[in-house]
Ligand binder design. Sequence first.
Ligand code: ZN
Ligand code: ZN
Length: 139
Amino acid sequence: MPELQLPVAIGPLAIFRQGPEDLLIKWLDGHHAVFPFDYLRKSCPCAGCGNKHGHEAPKEAESGGCGSEGCGDGGCGSHQQGVLVQGASGPSDIVSLAAIGRYAVSFTFGDGHGTGIYSFEYLREICPCEACASSRQAG
Ligand SMILES: [Zn+2]
Ligand SMILES: [Zn+2]
């Protein structure tokens, strides 16, 4: 298993991989929180996942609709569930990270999904730390 290198200090935040399942995000204002990979995967804001800020309606990606010959007979390996990208330890494992301009990052997960663009604002919004969670509930 190759050691994963994630870039740090992107825009207004710094991102570190912390252990096998967590990402530590530090904002420049001193706030920091641990985001489990699984949490980030579920919070994917892309249209395919159907997440909209705070609206929890995860939709399973369509499966079996690849249309290529052999697909559906088990012959199309790239469209089967459970197929992980190289180096991933699970479907929610973050295998790479890219800066999107100066306002967002995108993650590629172990299941190959990588179309979600997580703006810094969105990441802050879904911050799972106690302080942010309690302030969301209060609001
Ligand atoms: Zn998505
Ligand atoms: Zn927080």
